[in-house]
Design a protein around this ligand. Structure first.
Ligand code: NAD
Length: 411
């Protein structure tokens, strides 16, 4: 089949892309790289040993979307493109409605104009809101508690109406629970600039020493140990579910919502223990008050996925944590990664380099710096000695910093 993958450079999209290429599908990616990088697609090309077209654009750019469909003529769309941070959606709801809802409507319209009949849509467990009667099956009431969840809910309804009005069309709405982990190659993983919804990247940062401790929001929930319980799903299993959903959609009409999870709950404390095991590092934490909008427990019922898609999750949390840790400490970790970093210590006026250091993935020990500011060249930020905080440095061009660094530390 010919598959247009919107958001194919993103976290889940890139893993699904790899699977699609592995299954010999013909693929094109449509992405504006607002939360990803074209490098990811290069790495997918190398890993898969297969080529594919790339359309760089926003899904709300109807003319360009039209052009891509006219050229590529896809049979199906895997629709990952969209914004995904619950927190940011509270601050910028209109942007979320525009990108996620308006963008999806544009994709559906263009699909219909080009007789592209099948869609696999990235929905989310957030459409349920609080799952009072556990576990959460697909017939559970839909009461999302934040704008992000509402965009997913609205798009689900829009896609359902689309398949009702266009009798030849089919769609599978995959309600992901909590995607975690990375491809075992260490070449692709979660690498966006958006604040991740998931706990694991935050835990990994603490394990690596880049944050002092993890905030656990709420220790008095009615769960196994008082901390929030979630159903974590390995991104590799999730990518495989997309292939199964594509096969399913390709053989029928209509619309099905299907949970994608393991059916098992893991508490925050259990996840911390799994990451400590995977990383060999201690993860300090502090329990702070609950966040509004968080639910105590969110665990999938996964019978429908097994029945309709003949798919079940295979990987457990130890492998999720191991691949997440390997990715975040590996060479391609990117913006959010825990790469070894170089510090430049300069004087207060930022006019002279006093010292440079390579930090590994450990937290900069700012208190040991003699004077001035420590400048992290790789992420271009300034670390004040007192008080401890980071901020983007002003007035220093990256190339100037690099030149200073090379002069002071030629290798
Ligand atoms: N990762 C999760 O925890 C999670 C959970 C449930 C559902 N989802 C949904 O799955 C999808 C993929 O999630 P992800 O984690 O891979 O996110 P991601 O941010 O890593 O990937 C999204 C990709 O879409 C692109 N994109 C965003 N807006 C676009 C636009 N307007 N036009 C073109 N491209 C655009 C981004 O550049 C990025 O490459 C999203 O729709 C998300 O809401 C994710």
């Amino acid at each position: 089949m010919k598959i247009m993958v919107t958001g194919g450079a993103g976290y889940v999209g890139s893993h699904a892309l790899l699977k699609l290429l592995g299954a010999n599908h013909e693929v094109a990616v449509f992405d504006n790289f607002s939360n990803s990088s074209p490098d990811v697609l290069e790495r997918v090309r190398k890993l898969a040993g297969a080529n594919f077209r790339i359309y760089r654009g926003d899904i709300r750019n109807t003319a360009y979307l039209e052009q891509s469909f006219a050229e590529f003529q896809p049979d199906a769309v895997m629709h990952f493109a969209g914004l995904k941070s619950i927190g940011a959606s509270n601050d910028q709801p209109l942007d979320y409605y525009s990108q996620n809802v308006t963008g999806s409507i544009e994709v559906l319209k263009v699909m219909q104009r080009h007789d592209c009949r099948h869609m696999v849509f990235s929905s989310s467990a957030t459409v349920y809101g609080e799952c009072g009667d556990l576990p959460c099956d697909e017939n559970h009431s839909l009461q999302p508690t934040n704008p992000y969840g509402r965009t997913k809910y609205f798009v689900e309804e829009i896609i359902r109406d689309w398949t009702t009005s266009w009798r030849d069309a089919s769609a599978v709405l995959l309600r992901y629970f909590n995607p975690v982990g990375a491809d075992p190659s260490g070449q692709i993983g979660e690498d966006g600039t958006d604040t991740p919804n998931n706990l694991t990247p935050h835990i990994a940062r603490v394990a690596a020493g880049l944050s002092d401790r993890l905030n656990i929001y709420g220790g008095d929930y009615d769960t196994i140990d008082g901390t929030g319980e979630r159903d974590y799903i390995h991104v590799d299993d999730l990518a495989q579910a997309h292939l199964a959903a594509l096969d399913y959609a390709g053989q029928r009409t209509g619309c099905e919502a299907i949970n994608i999870g393991t059916g098992l709950g893991t508490s925050v404390l259990e996840m911390i223990a799994a990451m400590e095991q995977a990383s060999g590092r201690h993860v300090p934490y502090v329990v702070v008050p609950r966040r509004s909008g968080d639910v105590a427990r969110s665990v999938a019922t996964v019978d429908k996925a097994e029945r309709l898609l003949n798919w079940t999750a295979k990987q457990g949390i130890s492998n999720m944590c191991k691949t997440a840790w390997d990715w975040q400490t590996g060479q391609h970790a990117g913006k959010r990664g825990l790469k070894p970093q170089r510090l430049i210590v300069c004087d207060e006026r930022k006019s002279a380099i006093l010292e440079t250091r390579t930090l590994g993935i450990e937290k900069p020990r700012t208190s040991s710096l003699t004077a001035g500011n420590a400048i992290n060249v790789d992420v271009l930020c300034q670390v004040s000695v007192k008080p401890k905080r980071t901020s983007v440095i002003e007035g220093w061009h990256p190339r100037v910093l690099q030149r200073h660094a090379q002069q002071a530390h030629p290798d």
